[in-house]
Design a protein around this ligand. Structure first.
Ligand code: UD1
Ligand code: CA
Length: 459
């Protein structure tokens, strides 16, 4: 098999985004655009991937990691100049090189693969992935001769009135014979409206050298959407959202209102789970089977088991087991581990806390920096007092303990196995297992107090 390489163009300034965030790092369904492109390419068993990065280089590297090699384009002099930066890593290689823009997040591995097949089958030196656009404004146009063969690509800004009527566009994805690509790049000039070295000019250069240039037209125009501004970003988001939701529905997930359900590209959801409206499932979350999620719930980077319900709640960066009931109006903050059959009710906030199997905090609690054993009952209004203004301290509540309503557990503190804490207590010392701890002022009843008040008033 021929060696296959990919060059991902991601060094552009992204001026039209009007943003301090590097263009290709703008997320679509929670994942940076360039990451979408790289993830699709990763399915194609390529010998080498090289991402061309510019002024935000470090941030792109940090996101992409070791999936790709990188080459720096210090000045953004155009797409041909960008590809040139891969010269040291690639120019001597034999094989096929895919060039793709980092701002086309909707492109799929299937379409790139179809382009590759077409390219290798026709033995062309260059094959352009084209599409038919209802509104081709802004895209490079494919100019064909009277035999229907591709002659050249003209950028929108350089096109004549007549050329602008052409609706077949350059998607910005190509396959090249690697050697022919690098030979031609050195011949590209910047004699055009934008004063840039255009990669599409390679097509005309190859053509004039008598080489075969081919085009492969995809019927999925929406896959090739190039995101240059925030409006296109919102279009990409909408298309990606529909695609992701459809995938889950076809896998057996019920989504009550797909137009109002936002699932990240990397989330996984089990069969027979029902997602109610207003739900956002972000990051690399996994949700098990037969869960009920939402309405109005935000889950980010959580691992959730089977038969669990989260309603009107927020959960981040935590593990949640099977048959857990969370909400309405609960907040699970990062680094929490919630075991099976736990119940976290309304207005309960959990932070960096482990909850053992079958434990409950049903109403109005803050439990932070705590280790809660199994079958613990945290009464309404239980609070771990974990912070002295400088440091955070641990609260340990052992199996089967019962914490009465409105108790403060002042950390560091431990409530032993099977112990009871009386309602309204402020616990500052460890409670031994099986003990009852009462830590509140005794009640005093002043008899006939009202009568004395009356006497007082009359005098
Ligand atoms: C480009 C194509 C156009 C095509 C369109 C498809 C050129 C000259 N034009 O136009 O024919 O229809 O894509 O979306 O190629 N980049 C660099 N370095 C640079 C300039 C750009 O790395 O010096 C990167 C950008 O980060 C971007 C990609 O190349 O990911 C495309 O650049 P962009 O400026 O968006 O080109 P378009 O005007 O969209
Ligand atoms: Ca673009």
């Amino acid at each position: 098999m021929t060696n296959r390489y990919a060059v991902i163009l991601a060094a552009g300034q992204g001026t039209r985004m009007k943003s301090s965030l590097y263009k290709v790092l703008h997320p679509v369904c929670g994942k940076p655009m360039v990451q979408h492109v790289i993830d699709q390419l990763s399915e194609l068993q390529l010998t080498k991937m090289i991402t061309i990065v510019g002024h935000g280089a470090e941030k792109v590297r940090a996101h992409v990691g070791d999936k790709s090699l990188f080459a720096l384009q210090e000045e953004q002099l155009g797409t041909a100049h960008a590809v040139m930066q891969a010269k040291d890593l690639l120019a001597d290689a034999e094989g096929t090189t895919i060039v793709i823009c980092g701002d086309t997040p909707l492109i799929t591995a299937e379409t790139i693969d179809a382009l590759l097949q077409h390219h290798e089958h026709t033995k062309a030196k260059a094959t352009i992935l084209t599409a038919y656009a209802e509104d081709p404004t802004g895209y490079g146009r494919i100019i064909r001769n009277e035999d229907g063969l591709v002659e050249k690509i003209v950028e929108h800004k350089d096109a004549t009135e007549e050329e602008r009527t052409v609706k077949e566009i350059n998607t910005g994805t190509y396959c090249f014979d690697n050697k022919a690509l690098f030979d031609s790049l050195s011949k590209v000039s910047n004699d055009n409206v934008q004063g840039e070295y255009y990669l599409p000019d390679v097509v005309e250069i190859l053509k004039q050298a008598g080489e075969v240039v081919s085009a492969y037209q995809t019927h999925h125009f929406e896959e090739t959407l190039g995101v240059n501004d925030r409006y296109a970003l919102s279009q990409a988001e909408e298309i990606m959202k529909k695609r992701i939701n459809k995938k889950h529905m076809l896998n057996g997930v019920t989504i009550i209102d797909p137009s109002n359900t936002y699932i990240s590209a990397d989330a996984q959801i089990g069969r027979d789970t029902v997602i109610y409206p207003g739900t956002m499932i972000q990051g690399a979350s996994t949700i098990g089977e037969r869960c009920e999620i939402g309405p109005n719930t935000e889950i980010k980077d959580c691992q959730i088991g089977n038969d669990t319900a989260l309603r009107h709640s927020v959960a981040h960066d935590s593990e949640i087991g099977h048959e857990v009931k969370i909400g309405p109006f609960a907040h699970i903050r990062p680094q929490s581990q919630i075991a099976d059959e736990v119940r976290i009710g309304n207005f309960v906030e959990i932070k960096k806390t482990s909850f053992g199997k079958g434990s409950k905090a049903s109403h109005l609690s803050y439990i932070g920096d705590a280790e809660v054993g199994e079958n613990v009952n945290l009464g309404c209004g239980s609070i771990t007092v974990n912070y002295d203004g400088k440091n955070k301290f641990l609260t340990k509540i052992e199996d089967g303990a019962f914490i009465g309503c409105n108790s403060n557990l002042i950390a560091p503190v431990r409530v032993g196995k099977g112990a009871y804490v009386a309602a309204g207590s402020t616990i500052t010392d460890d409670v031994p297992g099986n003990a009852l701890s009462i830590a509140r002022a005794r009640q005093v009843n002043k008899e006939d107090y009202a009568e004395k008040m009356d006497v007082h008033k009359k005098s």
